[in-house]
Design a protein around this ligand. Structure first.
Ligand code: GDP
Length: 456
C-alpha cells in the first residue's frame, strides 16, 4: 500500500446524523483544504493554524458553494497517522459527502481503503499491532466489559507486557551469543541456573497470560448460551424472562420457534448471546428439520446449554431425546413451570446442576442468572485488573512462543549446544514480534486491516 499519497474517506457511518466528518491524510492535505475552503469573514484563504477549528464554506473548482462546514488542520507528526490530517465537518448528508469526496478525488486525492488511516499509524510507528487491533475492537464493542478491555489494549498494556518478555529473552540471547566465541569453554553452571530461573519465571507469567484468554474472549465476544428442550417447554418464555422484554413469539402451539433466535444480553455484567433453538424433537416437517439441524450444530459450540424440562410433567421421550443431544457439553437443567405446583423431580435431574423457575412469572430466574455467570467466569476472579488476552491471534502466537521457551529450558538443562539454545530463543522472539507487529508479514497485515471500516 502506498504510504506517501494523500487519502480521503468519510469518518462517520452512513446514515442520518447531524454532521458527517470527512478525513484527509497525507502531504497534500493542507494544500487541498486551503484551495477548497473559504473562511467566514475573510476574502482570502484561511491561514490554518494547526488544531484550530475554522468556520466557512467549502467551494468547488468554479467557486460554487458545496456546503457550510467547519474544518481543522492537524500538522504532522502529532496526528493519528503521523501525517498532516484535515477533517471537514459538513452537514450530515450522504449526498454532500459524495460530492466532497468526488471533488477531492478529481484533485489527486485517493479514496482510502478500509483501515488505511490506522495502517498508516502502525507503519509510521505511532501504534503497534495490538493497539491497532484494539481500535477495531473498540469500534465493534457492544458491551461495557469489551469496551474496557479494548481501551486497555489500545493504551499499549499488552504490548508493554510482551516487550518486557522480549527484553528478558534478548538479554539471555546476548549472554549466550557471547559464549559462542569461546566454543572450547562450557557455560558456567551458576549462569546456566540463573538463565533457566529467569526463563521459568517468564514462562509462568506467560502461562497466566494464556490462561486469561478464556476470560478475555468471554468479555469481548460474549458467551453463547443455548436454550434447548422439547417444543412448548417454555424456551421462548425463558428467553424473554432473561431478556426482560417480549422478543420471541410465545404461543401454546408446539414447534412455533422454527428458527434460531439469537439475542445479545448482559447477565451479571457479562455479554452473552442467548440462542433459542427450535424444539429439539424428531420431526418430518422439513422446516423444522432444518431448525433442529442448526440447533444440533450450535450445541457443539455453546459455552453453556440450558436444557429445559416441564416440572409439571414426567420426563418424556422427547425430553430424553433433547438430553441426548446435550451429552458432553456443559449443561444446566432448568425445570420450568414451577408455578403449576409441586414437582416430582429430585434435587438434580440427569445428574446435572438443576434450577427451578417459572419463566412465565419470572420466578427463580435471578438464581439461574447468578449460577450462569459464576459458571462462565470460572476462577477468573483471580485475574483482577491485570492484562488479558482477548484476541485469538495473540493467544495462538503466544502459545508458539511459549513452546520455543519450553524447548529452550529443556535443552539448557540437557546441556545442549549453544546453537540449538539460541535457535529456540530467536524463535520465541520471532513469535512475540508477530504479536506486537515487529516481525510480521504483509498477508497478516492485510488480514487485520481489511477487517476495519472505511475511514478508520
Ligand atoms: P417453547 O416452544 O419451548 O419456546 O415454549 P413457549 O415459551 O412458546 O411456551 C409454550 C407455552 O408454555 C406458552 O403457552 C407459555 O405461556 C407456557 N409457559 C411457558 N413458561 C411457563 C411457566 O413458567 N409457567 C406456565 N404456567 N406456563 C408457561
Amino acid at each position: 500500500m502506498n504510504l506517501k499519497d494523500t487519502i480521503v474517506a468519510p469518518a462517520t457511518a452512513a446514515g442520518t446524523g447531524s454532521i458527517d466528518i470527512i478525513r484527509i491524510s497525507g502531504p497534500d492535505s493542507l494544500r487541498i483544504i486551503k484551495k477548497y475552503f473559504q473562511p467566514t469573514g475573510s476574502p482570502g484563504s484561511a491561514d490554518f493554524v494547526s488544531r484550530r477549528l475554522y468556520h466557512g464554506m467549502l467551494i468547488d473548482s468554479e467557486k460554487n458553494p458545496v456546503d457550510e462546514v467547519m474544518a481543522v488542520y492537524m500538522a504532522s507528526p502529532h496526528t493519528y497517522t503521523c501525517d498532516d490530517i484535515v477533517e471537514i465537518h459538513c452537514h450530515g448528508s450522504r449526498q454532500i459527502v459524495k460530492q466532497i469526496l468526488a471533488l477531492l478525488q478529481r484533485d489527486n486525492v485517493r479514496l482510502a481503503a478500509p483501515g488505511e488511516f490506522t495502517y498508516r499509524a502502525f507503519m509510521n510507528g505511532r501504534i503497534d499491532l495490538p493497539q491497532a487491533e484494539a481500535v477495531a475492537r473498540l469500534i465493534r464493542s457492544h458491551s461495557d466489559s469489551s469496551r474496557r478491555l479494548a481501551l486497555s489494549q489500545a493504551s499499549g498494556a499488552l504490548s508493554r507486557k510482551i516487550n518486557a518478555y522480549v527484553d528478558q529473552i534478548k538479554e539471555a540471547l546476548v549472554f549466550l551469543e557471547a559464549w559462542i566465541d569461546f566454543p572450547e569453554e562450557d557455560l558456567p553452571p551458576e549462569d546456566v541456573s540463573i538463565i533457566a530461573d529467569k526463563m521459568e519465571k517468564l514462562l509462568a507469567d506467560a502461562d497466566l497470560l494464556c490462561q486469561s484468554y478464556d476470560y478475555g474472549r468471554l468479555q469481548t465476544e460474549g458467551a453463547s448460551i443455548l436454550l434447548v428442550g422439547r417444543p412448548n417447554v417454555g424456551k421462548s418464555s425463558l428467553l424473554n424472562a432473561l431478556l426482560g422484554e417480549n422478543r420471541a413469539i410465545v404461543t401454546s402451539l408446539a414447534g412455533t420457534t422454527r428458527d434460531l433466535l439469537e439475542e445479545g444480553v448482559s447477565i451479571e455484567g457479562l455479554p452473552v448471546r442467548l440462542v433459542d433453538t427450535a424444539g429439539l424433537r424428531e420431526t418430518e416437517d422439513p422446516v423444522e428439520i432444518e431448525g433442529v439441524l442448526r440447533a444440533k450444530n450450535k450445541i457443539e459450540h455453546a459455552d453453556l446449554v440450558l436444557l429445559l424440562l416441564d416440572s409439571s410433567r414426567d420426563v418424556s421421550e422427547a425430553d430424553n431425546y433433547a438430553y441426548q443431544q446435550c451429552v458432553g457439553r456443559p449443561t444446566f437443567v432448568v425445570l420450568n413451570k414451577i408455578d403449576l405446583g409441586e414437582d416430582a423431580f429430585g434435587a438434580t435431574v440427569f445428574d446435572l446442576p438443576t434450577f427451578r423457575v417459572s419463566a412465565k412469572f419470572d420466578r427463580g430466574t435471578d438464581r439461574l442468572k447468578k449460577a450462569v455467570s459464576s459458571f462462565l467466569m470460572g476462577d477468573s476472579g483471580a485475574i483482577g485488573d491485570s492484562v488479558l488476552l482477548s484476541e485469538r491471534r495473540h493467544f495462538d502466537t503466544l502459545i508458539r512462543a511459549r513452546q520455543s521457551l519450553l524447548n529452550f529450558v529443556g535443552l539448557l538443562e540437557e546441556g545442549e549446544t549453544l546453537d540449538l539454545l539460541t535457535f529456540e530463543l530467536r524463535d520465541a522472539l520471532l513469535h512475540l514480534g508477530q504479536i506486537t507487529g515487529e516481525t510480521t508479514t504483509e498477508d497478516l497485515l492485510d488480514d487485520i486491516f481489511s477487517g476495519f471500516c472505511i475511514g478508520k
